[in-house]
Write a protein that binds this ligand. Structure first.
Ligand SMILES: [Zn+2]
Length: 258
């Protein structure tokens, strides 16, 4: 399958040299187009004050460039919004689910625990990360975080309507229902690890990190032990060479793959 690596939002948070991206995938399949994550969409870019809370605007400092939206990337390649049949989300944080409303015909796949967290938040902090308006009118299909083995990880396979080579690989921790998305591209397996980590050095051997992103990971985590153990497993997977592992926000990883 042909996989395009897209940047669907740029952020310039303080103390992060080089900024951050919203690394999304556009997959061309026999059954239509599939997106993995949607970054910020038309609503966020054209009306940020109504769609992005003040704290997030201050911390993320988004560029708000309409040409970076997923719909803009899709149209640039000669397709329309209706050609996108499925969207898989690593999780429902506002910088990953912003573009959903730009694709009204798509079925949106998430883990059941993630939709539950978004609709029945257990704390003010949890409520703030999932703006309800982003999910208005969206057709969700939820999946249980269980399945067959994939390089030592559990994987949700055979998702109706999707090719067999597109899997959800649960990576719980950043949020209650956070998942990676694995795709077998023409060049081998890719694993989009979402926000399971924020800095490329975390999955290198030996690992490294930068202060601002270590802090970000900690401040946005929901289940610490699971998050940390997943980073370790991802480091092992990367070292094995079985899959190309990358996260949602590292600009160097995106540049390497785009
Ligand atoms: Zn994120």
């Amino acid at each position: 399958m042909k996989v395009h690596h897209l940047n669907c939002a740029t952020f310039r948070p303080p103390l992060v040299a080089g900024g951050l991206v919203a690394h999304c995938l556009l997959i061309e399949t026999d059954q239509g187009l599939v997106l993995v994550d949607t970054g910020f969409g038309t609503n966020e870019v054209t009306n940020p004050k109504a769609t992005i809370d003040g704290l997030s605007r201050k911390l993320l400092r988004p560029a708000l460039d309409i040409t970076e939206t997923a719909i803009s990337h899709v149209e640039k390649r000669g397709y329309t919004a209706d050609d996108v049949k499925h969207i898989l989300l690593t999780h429902l944080d506002l910088d990953h689910a912003g573009g959903l409303r730009d694709f009204p015909k798509a079925t949106v796949h998430v883990l059941d625990t993630e939709l539950e967290a978004a609709t029945n938040a257990r704390s003010t902090k949890e409520r703030a990360r999932y703006p309800k308006a982003q999910r208005d009118g969206v057709k969700f299909e939820t999946h249980k975080a269980e399945g067959e083995d994939w390089f030592g990880f559990q994987a949700v396979r055979n998702i109706a309507g999707l090719p067999e080579e597109v899997l959800m690989v649960p990576l719980i921790g950043h949020t209650r229902g956070h998942t990676g998305i694995a795709v077998k591209s023409d060049d081998g397996w890719l694993l989009h690890a979402g926000d399971a980590y924020f800095y490329r050095g975390e999955v290198e051997t030996p690992p490294s990190n930068i202060f601002a992103l270590k802090l970000t990971a900690k401040q946005t985590e929901t289940i610490r032990e699971q998050r940390l153990s997943n980073v370790e497993r991802l480091r092992e997977l990367k070292a094995s060479g079985e899959a190309e592992v990358f996260c949602a926000h590292d600009p160097v990883e995106l540049a390497r793959l785009a």
